[in-house]
Design a binder for this molecule. Structure first.
Ligand code: IMP
Ligand code: MG
Length: 178
């Protein structure tokens, strides 16, 4: 199906599940090389990244640990810039090689918030991976080392991303139809 209705909005298929998996496999291959002799801590940003982290791990063959951090900044289809920590990071990242996994970087506010909070704990390194990135993110100076797809400045859902909580189960990325 290439068009779906979620609440009051219509979305159409934009990135297929196969394309997502292929891109995640490519990124995992780079991480397998970069972290071959290390034991990184993967930090998934909830809720959006749960499927990304699961599929990324499918392709990782290094020794790694996983944990999650849950924050919220979006209301409906816009970024509020006001970050709420729903639950914070339990593990210490001091001295650790951290791989932060985001679903999408829009304004970059959430990433900046998470990045500086991690930095304060003095990790050995922070590697940022995001499945998607919108152009507005360029305003913020936080490096995203691995980006799956650069997309236009439109609202998207699916594969973990939501519109008012719905659409996370869509198998692919779907874009808002105007
Ligand atoms: P930022 O702080 O503006 O960069 O927004 C980051 C967070 O807002 C992401 O981690 C997502 O959870 C959410 N978000 C941003 N853009 C979208 C979108 O197009 N669809 C769904 N969620 C989004
Ligand atoms: Mg998110």
């Amino acid at each position: 199906m290439n068009q779906v209705q979620i609440l009051d909005k219509t979305f159409e298929e934009f990135i297929s599940l196969d394309d997502i998996h292929n891109r995640l496999r490519e990124i995992a291959q780079v991480l397998n090389t970069d972290f071959a002799e290390k034991q990184p801590l993967i930090v998934g940003v909830l809720n959006g990244s749960f499927r990304i982290v699961a599929d990324l791990m499918h392709y990782l063959d290094i020794n790694c640990e996983i944990t999650f951090w849950r924050v919220k900044s979006y209301e409906g289809t816009t970024s509020t810039g006001n970050i709420q920590e729903i639950f914070s990071l339990v593990e210490s990242v001091r001295g650790r090689e951290v791989i932060l996994v985001e679903d999408i970087i829009d304004t970059g506010n959430t990433l900046a918030y998470l990045y500086y909070k991690l930095m304060a704990q003095k990790p050995a390194s922070i590697t940022v991976m995001s499945l998607l990135k919108k152009p507005a993110a360029a305003q913020k100076n936080i490096p995203a080392h691995h980006v799956g797809f650069e997309i236009s400045n439109k609202f998207v859902i699916g594969y973990g991303l939501d519109y008012q909580g719905f659409g996370r189960n869509l198998n692919g990325i779907y874009i808002l139809k105007e």
